[in-house]
Design a protein around this ligand. Structure first.
Ligand SMILES: [Cu+2]
Length: 334
């Protein structure tokens, strides 16, 4: 009877050990960010320390049960100074290792970002994250892009130099070539205009009917269906909903807040988790290390739509990220 119980306990222990051995292997399969790297690295380090200790303790326990299990009467243990000092020092060393290893990870700006701590060189992109039942909204400020292209965009308050009139339709004056820039104090420094249609601001469109093929310029007009190349945007603002885009190998700071009540920004694959509280901004800093798409969850029960408050993180190469920024910025101008 006793033996069966013991065998059962042994089997349970064996299964637990096997589970522990399997888990970190899964976590190690390619990390998506420096944050995830630090966290899973600590997990592995502690695991490698924990396994020999577990085996040692359980080994002594099993040996003791086997050796002394059939003894008639327990005898008092005699003092053994050497043994006592050894286990005290060994425990202290292990705890010190755990403390130092944990502190290194917890002290990393990629794991515990405070609003004060600054990364070397500062973050490349700051993104404002707003939780609001049941969506995630993202705002990218101080966006500067050079040499970007965008298609099928509308623009208002632009001035156009040296474009040629192709046609005049019901929509407006169809133009091609030339360059565009912000007419007022806007973010568009300059862009080569491939084509587009001037829809408003050019006065009576029909007066251009007899100027087809001519080079003309426009001041403060609206353009639709435009394609631009080699665009320079400085200090622009870009917004996105439910998908946050980040450049690979760049430091990103996320300033997380809520527009209604409690939410939590959680991207398990990237090791990111932070509360979104109204009236307060919590920061996390990370550097994505591989391109791809990662699931974003709300990790704080926030109402009936909580389980559907999902999003994703898209990590792009620097050039794809800039193209996305430019396309998004242009698309929001109309
Ligand atoms: Cu939520």
């Amino acid at each position: 009877m006793m033996n069966r119980k013991r065998a059962g306990a042994m089997a349970l222990f064996g299964a637990a050990l096997l589970l522990m051995a399997v888990e970190p292997a899964a976590a190690q399969s390619g990390s998506a960010s420096t944050t995830q790297e630090a966290i899973s690295g600590l997990n592995s380090n502690l695991f490698y320390v924990a396994v020999p200790i577990t085996i040692l303790v359980e080994g002594i326990l099993i040996y003791t049960v086997w050796k002394f299990g059939k003894s008639d009467e327990a005898k008092p243990t005699q003092e053994n100074r050497r043994l006592e000092i050894t286990w005290t020092v060994a425990t202290a060393v292990i705890l010190l290792f755990v403390g130092v290893a944990s502190y290194q990870v917890l002290g990393s700006p990629y794991v515990s970002a405070s609003s004060e701590n600054t990364l070397e060189g500062g973050p490349t992109q700051e993104i404002e994250v707003y939780g609001q039942k049941y969506n995630w909204n993202f705002v990218y400020r101080n966006v500067s892009v050079d040499g970007a292209s965008a298609t099928d965009v509308s623009m208002t308050n632009v001035s156009i130099q040296g474009t040629s009139v192709k046609n005049v339709t019901d929509e407006g004056i169809v133009i091609s070539g030339g360059s565009a820039s912000s007419a007022t104090d806007g973010a568009l420094e300059s862009a080569s205009l491939v084509n587009g249609t001037v829809t408003a601001g050019a006065g009576n469109a029909s007066q251009y009917e007899n100027r087809i093929g001519e080079q003309v310029s426009f001041t403060d007009v609206s353009v639709s269906g435009a394609a631009v190349e080699d665009a320079s945007i400085s200090d622009g603002t870009v917004k996105s909903t439910n998908t946050v885009v980040m450049p690979k190998d760049e430091n990103i700071r996320l300033n997380i807040t809520s527009r209604d009540w409690l939410h939590a920004f959680h991207v398990p694959a990237m090791g990111l988790k932070q509360d979104a509280l109204p009236g307060e901004s919590n920061s996390i800093v990370t550097k994505p290390t591989s391109t791809g798409e990662y699931q974003l969850y709300c990790a704080e029960y926030c109402g009936v739509g909580h389980s559907g408050m999902l999003g994703s993180v898209e990590v792009k190469t620097q050039s794809d990220y800039n193209s996305w920024l430019a396309q998004s910025w242009f698309s929001a101008q109309g």
